[in-house]
Design a protein around this ligand. Structure first.
Ligand SMILES: Cc1cc2nc3c(=O)[nH]c(=O)nc-3n(C[C@H](O)[C@H](O)[C@H](O)COP(=O)(O)O)c2cc1C
Length: 327
C-alpha cells in the first residue's frame, strides 16, 4: 500500500501530518509522532507577541524603568534573539532526530518581523515554512481589501527573500473565500492550509468575566473544511492541506477524495494521544486495501468539484438532495 505523497515539493511517506500545536514544541513528542506514522510535523508557531512579552519581562528585570535610552534597543534585541534561539535550537534538534520533514511556523503582526523571523527560520534548516496568517478583521475600520493587501504584501516580500517552500495557513472567515484562496494560490506559494481554528471566547457567568472556550475541535467541525477543499482543490495552483476536526482514517479519506494533498491533525492528538496517528494511518490503509487502491494518487480529488462545474450549482444540488431526502 503506497501512501507516499508529495507536499510543498517534499516527499512524505503519509499524507497525515501532525499540525502546529503545543505538542510539536517538544522534540521527544515529535519523535513519537514520526514513529506513529506522521508524514511530517508542523512545529508550534513562534508568535511575535510571545517575543515581545519576553522582552518586556526581561527588560523589567534589568531595571525598574522603561527608559533605557540607547541601551534599550540593544537589550531588547538581545532578549528577542535569545527567545528565538531557544525555538530554533528545538527545530535544529528535531531536524537531527527526525527523518520526516520538519515545517516551521510563524505568526507576526509587524511587517518587519515577518521578514526577519522567516529568514531566521530558513537558516535553521527547516524544510518549509507555514505562515500562520489567520487574520480576523476585528476592527470596524478593516475592510476585506485591507486583509487582501496584508496577504499580498507579506507573501510577495517573503517569496523574494527566502527559498524554502512556503504555505499559508488561513482562518475560515472571508467574505470572498473562493476568490481569495485562488488568488493566494497564484502568488507563487507552494501550499494553503485550510483552516486554522481561532481561540473561541466564552463568558464565565458566575464571575462575569471573559474566558477561553475549549481549544479543541469536535468532529463536526471538519465539514466546513471538507466543503471548501472539495470546492477549491481543482481551482488552485498549489497544494491544499486540510485542517480542523479530523479524527479518523475515514476523515482523512474524505479530505483526500475532496482533493486535499495532506491532512493535519491536532485535536485528535490531544484527545486520543499521539498513537491516534497510528490508528488514523491504519484506517486510511485499510480503506485503500478494501477499495483496491495501490496509491493515494489513484483516488485523490475524485470527489472534488471540477473546474468546469459551477460551484454554486454543485452546492445547490446538494441542498436540493437534502430536501428531497427529508420530505
Ligand atoms: C493547543 C493548541 C495549540 C495550537 N497552536 C497552534 C500554533 O502555534 N500555530 C498554528 O498555526 N496553529 C495552532 N493550533 C491550531 C491547530 O494547528 C489546528 O489548525 C486547529 O486546532 C484545527 O485542527 P484540529 O481540529 O485537528 O485541532 C493550535 C491548536 C491547539 C488545540
Amino acid at each position: 500500500m503506497d501512501t507516499k505523497t508529495k507536499y510543498l515539493g517534499l516527499e512524505l511517506k503519509s499524507p497525515v501530518i501532525a499540525g502546529s500545536c503545543g505538542l510539536t514544541a517538544d522534540v521527544d513528542k515529535m519523535v513519537q509522532m514520526e514513529a506513529a506514522g506522521a508524514g511530517a510535523v508542523v512545529v508550534k508557531s513562534v508568535f511575535e507577541e510571545q517575543i515581545i512579552h519576553d522582552i518586556k519581562r526581561n527588560t523589567h528585570m534589568v531595571a525598574p524603568t522603561d527608559n533605557y535610552g540607547d541601551s534599550y534597543e540593544y537589550i531588547a534585541q538581545h532578549v528577542a534573539d535569545d527567545s528565538l534561539e531557544r525555538h530554533f535550537s528545538m527545530i535544529r534538534e528535531a531536524k537531527r532526530r527526525l527523518s520526516i520533514p520538519v515545517i516551521g511556523s510563524i505568526n507576526c503582526f509587524s511587517y518587519e518581523n515577518w521578514l526577519t523571523y522567516a529568514k531566521k527560520f530558513e537558516d535553521t534548516g527547516c524544510d518549509a515554512l507555514e505562515l500562520n496568517m489567520a487574520i480576523l478583521p476585528y476592527e470596524t475600520s478593516m475592510s476585506a481589501d485591507d486583509v487582501e493587501r496584508t496577504f499580498t504584501q507579506i507573501i510577495n516580500t517573503l517569496r523574494k527573500s527566502i527559498s524554502i517552500p512556503i504555505s499559508i495557513k488561513v482562518g475560515p472567515y472571508f467574505t470572498d473565500m473562493a476568490k481569495q484562496m485562488q488568488q493566494l494560490s497564484w502568488m507563487g506559494i507552494q501550499g494553503v492550509t485550510m483552516f486554522n481554528k481561532s481561540v473561541q471566547v466564552d463568558i464565565d457567568t458566575e464571575n462575569e468575566t471573559l474566558k477561553n472556550a475549549s481549544f479543541l475541535s469536535t468532529h463536526e467541525d471538519m465539514y466546513n473544511t471538507l466543503r471548501w477543499v472539495a470546492l477549491l482543490s481543482k481551482k488552485m495552483r498549489c497544494d491544499l492541506s486540510a485542517s480542523t476536526g479530523v479524527y479518523s482514517g475515514d476523515d482523512v479519506v474524505k479530505m483526500l477524495l475532496a482533493g486535499a494533498t495532506t491532512v493535519q491533525v491536532v485535536s485528535a492528538l490531544y484527545k486520543n494521544g499521539i498513537d491516534a496517528l497510528r490508528d488514523i494511518n491504519a484506517g486510511l490503509q485499510a480503506w485503500m486495501q478494501k477499495k483496491g487502491y495501490d496509491s493515494v494518487a489513484q483516488f485523490r480529488g475524485k470527489l472534488a468539484v471540477s473546474p468546469a462545474e459551477k460551484a454554486s450549482v454543485a452546492m445547490r444540488t446538494q441542498f436540493m438532495k437534502y430536501f428531497a431526502e427529508i420530505v
